[in-house]
Write a protein that binds this ligand. Structure first.
Ligand code: ZN
Length: 282
């Protein structure tokens, strides 16, 4: 209780607080040299961008034939360019070409590389009876409750102690593991919500939004227990106006700039400090 409260009250960026939690776990489980390694100078935080679909999976297809997988890749490349231009983070893509990447692999890529956040990029399609009305961007976080048996099974697997955080905690009792992991999930969930709010606020200035743009659903790609994650539906390919806009580089640039602003807001002072450190040390 005391720990959770203190961490929530702090104004440090979520990722840094998460690192603190990992170190707290490590202090109980790891020998000293591992801790010393963990205290190396901070590197620029890694942002993982996830262009939805790809390869044999085209995603949604617009009335004019636009394929979601093409729009998401174009957007992700725009966002990467904007982020790299600002120099406050490193950027990795879950795919950089027209290839099929399983959802779980996308999550694993972010977890293995200890990403500060994962942003999954999609474009929506509404069922035919709503296609004329539904338009605008929206941002999803993971829903609290599993929406189907598959999601429930995934959640059970994720709950296995030695998977979460990629950590092995041999000398800690299962009960303590459970508490620490639940704290980590709580931190991650709070980070995901913050990221999604920042994205909606940034998009709101420049891009039409869906009514109630902050949404929740059980997307597999958002299920990392230790990487704050949000999924952006950048518009409806089933709406002719949105589809036409998503095909325009100028409109995509607006979305990319807004999401870059959101990512910078999320990374906060941590990324500025790391950038200055990098400049100083070489
Ligand atoms: Zn999609």
């Amino acid at each position: 209780m005391g720990v959770a409260k203190r961490m929530r009250g702090s104004d440090q960026p979520t990722a840094l607080r998460r690192r603190g939690l990992l170190l707290a776990i490590g202090a109980a489980a790891l020998p000293a040299p591992a801790l010393a390694q963990g205290a190396a100078r901070p590197r620029l935080p890694l942002v993982v961008l996830d262009p939805g679909h790809g390869g044999r999976d085209p995603g949604a297809i617009g009335a004019a034939g636009t394929q979601e997988k093409q729009v998401t890749l174009a957007l992700a490349l725009d966002i990467r360019r904007a982020l790299e231009g600002a120099g406050r983070c490193r950027v990795a893509l879950t795919r950089s070409g027209d290839s099929f990447v399983p959802l779980k692999r996308r999550v694993d890529m972010a977890r293995e590389r200890e990403a500060a956040l994962l942003l999954s990029i999609h474009a929506d399609a509404a069922p035919r009876e709503h296609a004329a009305q539904a338009r605008g961007a929206s941002v999803y976080t993971l829903s609290e409750t599993a929406s189907d048996p598959l999601a429930a099974a995934l959640a059970r697997r994720e709950n296995l102690a030695d998977r979460a955080g990629g950590l092995r905690l041999p000398s800690v009792s299962p009960e303590v593991q459970r508490i620490l992991l639940s704290l980590m999930r709580q931190e991650t969930r709070a980070g995901s919500e913050r990221l999604a709010r920042l994205a909606v606020n940034a998009l709101d200035d420049d891009v039409p939004l869906l009514r109630q743009p902050l949404r929740r659903a059980g997307f597999v790609v958002l299920k990392a227990p230790d990487v704050p994650s949000a999924l952006v539906e950048c518009g409806f390919l089933s709406h002719p106006t949105d589809e036409a806009a998503l095909r325009q580089p100028r409109h995509r640039a607006r979305i990319a700039n807004a999401l870059t602003e959101a990512v910078h807001g999320f990374l906060g002072r941590r990324s500025l400090a790391a950038r200055d450190d990098d400049a100083r040390l070489g």
